[in-house]
Design a protein around this ligand. Sequence first.
Ligand code: CAA
Length: 445
Amino acid sequence: MKSVGIDAVEIWTGNLKLDLPGTFAEQMGDDPAKYTKGLGLNASSFPDSYEDIVTMGANAAHRLMERKGLEPDDIGRIDVATESAFDNSKPVSTYVAGCLEQVFEGDFHHANKGERKFACIAGTQSLDDAYNWIRAGRNRGRAALVIATDTALYARGDAGEATQGAGAVAMLISEDPDLVELSTEQGFGSADETDFLKPNQQFPSVDGKRSVQVYLARMREALVDYQREAGTITVDDFRYAPFHTPFPGMVRKAALLAYRHITRDTEIEDELAEDIGRQPREEAFDDEEAFHDAIREYMDALKGTDRYQEWYANTIEPTLTISREVGNWYTGSVHVARASALKHAAENDIDMAGEALLVGSYGSGAQAEIHTEVVQENWHEEIEALNVDDQLEARYDINWEDYEEIHDAHNHEMDVDIEPLTTPEGEFVFDGWGRMGERKYRFVD
Ligand code: CAA
């Protein structure tokens, strides 16, 4: 069977940074610890006035194609996953291809282009589409370009404002990949939910607290479905578990739930039972409330055990490092978590070749997907090539007035023209409007 997966990845952050425990918390009158400890965030990435989902996606793809020495003819498919699209007909991938054709010889006229929408899970769905296309033998030896790009902005005053972010992840999907091979097995948890949606509006309508519960419920269903397909898994089967990270505090909750679920009826549960008792079983309770209270009590105790904390520190914490500095990138978020984990491994001389990852993707509305990945021999070279630390370091730290202006400048309902805060260099920029209301772009050397 063909080995198919992610051959290379590139990350492109918005060029601005909002300090959450500093600038944002102070303005909101909040304790900075709500951000650093509660949500687990230090900063959000923001797009400067000349950036948007196209520039960030094209910039990530440009870096990726240059680094891998690719020409447009090597790409048979371009899929953009986004929940920040500005056009209900013309897909963002056409704009991205137009940008790339400005800097590469040749064109993408024979590449199949599309746009995927299912909130944040669309990035993973695009990976799946590319995987299926290659496995079906329809790729004519070519690779697929998958770009997850979002400006995750909330309405001013919404609780979600604390979790904003902007950036893109470009991934090359190919046969015999250099980075990770994707599993054929998948598990899904999917239901018609109204926790987070944008009915023809730019900023989401969000029921924040409910969205957290829906994330957990769908992720649990996906895990059960995955195990039905792939068989029993243990918590030690995976070196890292990158999950969709709207904010690291969300993953803290999801990891605890996953650990409880996976260790049930295992030796680990038996060993932990000496300290914290066995997991409550529903059949042992007469009423649901008492059962839920017992579960909460067990989870609190589990969270405090050395065994869980060690697993969390090794398997989950390294996936959150980049997210803490950039906030939510919606479709790109789980792919940032994977990169973050592999970066941690490279920096700590952990040999990852042959190791497995448990990948949990999620999109509001709502659907979760669990699959696994096996890290490939050349992973180290691919991860070493990332310059994400330099990009994060180079961001311009905005003050509160800048933040208010830049939020307005990106608000589609407002007509605000502001001077950029940074100077673009070697990147695509938004260059005004065309005669049919289309966006125009140019490359700045
Ligand atoms: N010190 C330490 N911790 C503190 C603190 C302090 N001083 N103050 C608050 N906290 C903790 C809180 O206890 C809470 O942690 P727990 O949930 O573990 O108790 C955390 O900080 C956040 O505090 P609040 O719940 O009071 O924060 P909030 O009400 O302002 O909003 C939110 C939180 C609902 C998640 C909001 O940010 C939101 O609506 N976000 C957007 C929706 C979202 O991201 N949902 C996630 C699931 S949906 C999804 O994943 C799709 C997607 O990408 C959007």
